[in-house]
Ligand binder design. Structure first.
Ligand code: 3PG
Length: 207
């Protein structure tokens, strides 16, 4: 994925599986399944110490790797060092935004309210995570934001499951849908879930 614009990869994939590494995962097998199913990117959270190791282990895979749950500039540095090509946070961290800009990598901070969207825009950020999406009526809020913030594309995550996808797919301001539900179960279960999700998110899908 080197040389490719990370946001273009996310837009093309429309799906961003989210992995928190607990130990024992078949990381290479997982990467292979995602690539075979046309998923271009994977977010690995820094919620466990194993997250950085997993980034390193997959940096040579064909997947675009993002680091998630980035809570400080120090974590952002470590993630970039380990091979992350983009950074995602639950909230908006100005120091991480500055670091990402200096390094030329996309930073997708979490936002919920219009004021937070404005704050991100003022920092030059227009691809934003909407988190936690389901508890905060993601589909309805993002439909309203399409009217007032047409320049922003969103990555909704948090509580999203397969049955919600047709509603997110219909949003004009969707960058990609993120979630951990996709990676639960064995590799064949993951393949089935990813395949179903991709079909529901394809621009041609009804909904
Ligand atoms: C995140 O960090 O984006 C969320 O934890 C994802 O939420 P999910 O685990 O409910 O998909």
């Amino acid at each position: 994925m080197e040389g490719m614009d990370p946001l273009a990869v996310l837009a093309e994939s429309r799906l961003l599986p989210l992995l928190t590494v607990r130990g024992g995962e078949d990381l290479l097998g997982l990467a292979r399944v995602l690539e075979e199913e046309g998923v271009g990117a994977l977010e690995i959270t820094l919620r466990t110490e194993k997250g950085l190791e997993a980034l390193k282990a997959l940096r040579k895979s064909g997947l675009l790797l993002g680091a998630g749950t980035v809570r400080s500039p120090k974590e952002a540095e470590a993630a970039l060092e380990a091979g992350a090509a983009f950074l995602v946070s639950p909230g908006l961290l100005e120091e991480v935004a500055a670091l990402a800009q200096a390094r030329g990598v996309p930073y997708l901070p979490g936002v919920l309210t219009p004021t937070e969207v404005e704050r991100a825009l003022a920092l030059g950020l227009s691809a934003l995570k909407f988190f936690p999406a389901e508890p905060f009526q993601g589909v309805r809020v993002l439909r309203a934001y399409a009217e007032v913030f047409p320049e922003v594309r969103f990555l909704p995550t948090g509580g999203i499951k397969e049955e919600h996808l047709p509603h997110y797919a219909a949003l004009p301001n969707l960058l990609a849908v993120g979630g951990s539900w996709l990676l639960q179960g064995n590799l064949e279960a993951v393949r089935a879930k990813v395949r179903a999700a991709k079909a529901l998110l394809s621009p041609q899908a009804p909904g």
